[in-house]
Design a protein around this ligand. Structure first.
Ligand code: F6R
Length: 608
């Protein structure tokens, strides 16, 4: 996810662009940049880091009234000064800001190189700038249209050209874009938050539309140049609301955007016809990975829970012994690691000090080290030998939600990638990948159905100070994650356990009405978990079951049932975790807790 802003009008452009970028910073904040057109050409200021870094460098006194800006969440190319947007073509006339992923950028790059273009960055976006430059013949809109015919992938684009000052071209496919309509001025942005302090009149671009925007007017067409007429709309949300896309909290927004983040995570990585997984970040070390004698997954907190799912996936599909280690423990217990061991660090931020220290330790002991990381260019991503990014976009809420499902999905992809090179048949892989590719749409179904039910459960039990979460097999880590979500944002004591362990001690805790959440989706251990539910009910505990749609029998052993769609057992954590995120969220809201900034916590724990 990145943020785009553009302005054409009569006021000095720099303060407008910077204000807009600050409002869009939640969409990505690893680098930012601005391009304005002055009398002699393009003036580009860009830098790695947050927008405050750009603010220090930029000339706020500039009188220019036309330009574009961008705040980046890196996907292709490290988040450094060079890869920051805007990107320009070789003639240095055309500047582009882009949100999205150009899937065929490699082949386009080769094509352009064959035509003498020299690239300056590692980004997919520079390919778009160069392609527009390649087709430019004095009409920017025509060149953009021509270039987009060659592009596959997703984009929200803002394009300007020194030869046509006062003309901004925007195009949308898969990444949002809005035009704010002011008095003799227009503002282009990724969302209304960057526009609202100037105007509440907006036009929403739809996929496949191109806009030619000038100070006094704009024109919308399809990619094939068919004119489109659209009414302006009034934005009724307040600025504060809209920054969270209308959600009361970032955590809720991030829970709700999981279908989209999962789509982004899986995009381009699954080949259903071949039953194959493509993970570019593993290509160079695939041989070594397949020959590894042992995997160690290391992480903290939520990422550790995702790693635990990874252990089950790796052992089932890759058949290489796999262990999961708390990063904070691994480093200090003289672990046995050698060159036959591959250590995989799992981390949303890529900056968690314990995880980083564990991977450095492993590296020093001769292991191959990999990262499963969300933040592109983070320290863990840079220090690993290879890895796979989550691509789930920035996670702002302190309680991790979409990063958890992203981590599980990437580990599921890795299990299949390696499994296919070991014991997994093409047919088995095809079935597995078919199920994985359905997850985004099933996440949407889950969200549509379970929110109300989850809120009811939270309302009923939010004043109870002790909860248990129990699961077996792949759902055991889900139980741990559900308990962590509840405790960290609502401050209710909760424990997650393998369901069978309950009778070895924790069962003594069960009292009348104590909420016990069972993750009881269909699978090999289903009958056993039903027995565990009976054990709790017969001692007066209140059973909340997360079950598979269509399982009506389970209602006999449960006080509440929340249904999730059917998927194969190894992928159930991706769906079963959603109602648990929602229960925790609603419980925290009901208890008046600060959901996005829970006490004593920080988004990234950079101390040991
Ligand atoms: C809980 C949570 C934390 C993180 C942990 C590791 O909701 O967010 O437990 O999972 O601090 O952080 P990363 O994944 O950034 O290494």
């Amino acid at each position: 996810m990145c943020g785009i802003i553009g302005y054409v009008g009569h006021r000095p452009v720099v303060p407008i662009l910077i204000e807009g970028l600050n409002r869009l910073e939640y969409r990505g904040y690893d680098s930012a940049g601005v391009a304005v057109v002055n009398g002699s050409g393009l003036e580009i200021t860009k830098a790695a880091g947050r927008i405050s870094v750009l603010e220090e460098m930029i000339d706020f006194e500039s009188k220019n009234t036309f330009g574009i800006g961008h705040t980046r969440w890196a996907t292709h190319g490290a988040p450094n000064d060079t890869n920051a947007h805007p990107h320009i073509d070789s003639s240095e006339k055309i500047a582009v800001v882009h949100n999205g992923i150009i899937e065929n950028y490699k082949s386009l790059r080769t094509f352009l190189e064959q035509h003498g273009v020299t690239f300056k960055t590692d980004t997919d976006t520079e390919v778009v700038a160069q392609l527009i430059g390649h087709f430019y013949d004095g009409d920017l809109e025509r060149a953009v249209r021509r270039a987009l015919r060659e592009v596959s992938g997703t984009y929200g684009l803002g394009v300007i050209c020194t030869e046509e000052p006062g003309v901004m071209v925007a195009a949308r496919k898969g990444s949002p874009l809005i035009i704010g309509v002011g008095q003799g001025e227009h503002i282009l942005a990724s969302d209304a938050s960057a526009i609202l302090s100037h105007t509440s009149q907006v036009v929403y671009l739809d996929d496949g539309e191109i806009a030619r925007i000038e100070a006094g007017n704009f024109r919308l067409t399809t990619l094939d140049n068919v004119p489109i007429s659209k009414e302006t709309e009034e934005v009724e949300w307040s600025l504060e609301e809209i920054e969270r896309a209308g959600y009361e909290h970032f955590m809720l927004k991030e829970i709700m955007e999981q279908p989209e983040s999962m789509r982004n995570c899986l995009r381009g990585r699954i080949d259903l016809t071949e039953g194959a997984v493509h993970l570019g970040g593993l290509v160079d070390c695939t041989r070594e990975l397949v020959r590894a004698k042992r995997f160690i997954l290391t992480a903290c907190g939520t990422a550790w829970h995702a790693a635990l799912v990874g252990e089950y996936l790796f052992e089932e599909f890759v058949r290489i012994p796999t262990e999961v280690e708390y990063a904070s423990e691994f480093r200090y217990r003289n672990p046995i690691v050698d060159d036959g061991t591959a250590v995989i660090a799992v981390s949303q931020s890529g900056e968690t000090a314990d995880t980083l220290a564990a991977l450095r330790e492993a590296k020093q002991r001769g292991a191959l080290v990999l990262g499963v990381v969300n933040t592109v260019g983070s320290t863990i991503a840079r220090e690993t030998d290879a890895g796979v990014y989550l691509h789930v976009g920035p996670e702002i809420g302190v309680a991790s939600t979409k990063a958890f499902t992203g981590q599980v999905a990437v580990l599921a992809l890795m299990a299949c990638y390696l499994g296919r090179r070991k014991h997994m048949s093409p047919a088995a892989a095809a079935d597995y990948l078919q199920a994985l590719s359905r997850i985004p749409e099933q996440m949407q179904e889950t969200l549509d159905k379970v929110n109300v039910e989850s809120e009811k459960v939270a309302e009923r039990y939010s004043q109870r100070n002790n909860w248990l979460y129990l699961g077996r097999g792949y759902n055991y880590p889900v139980a741990l994650e559900g308990a962590l979500k509840l405790k960290e944002i609502s401050y209710i004591h909760s424990e997650g356990l393998p369901a069978a362990e309950m009778k070895h001690g924790p069962i003594a805790l069960i009292t009348e009405g104590m909420p016990v959440v069972f993750i009881a989706t269909s699978g090999l251990q289903y009958e056993k978990i039903i027995s565990n539910m009976c054990e709790v009910q017969s001692r007066g505990g209140s059973v909340i079951a997360i079950a598979t749609e269509g399982d009506h029998e389970i209602a006999k052993q449960a006080d509440h049932v929340i249904y999730v769609p059917h998927t194969i057992e190894p992928l159930q954590p991706l769906l079963a975790s959603i109602p648990l995120q929602l229960i925790a969220y609603h419980a925290a809201v009901i208890r008046g807790c600060n959901v996005d900034k829970p006490r004593n916590l920080a988004k990234s724990v950079t101390v040991e």
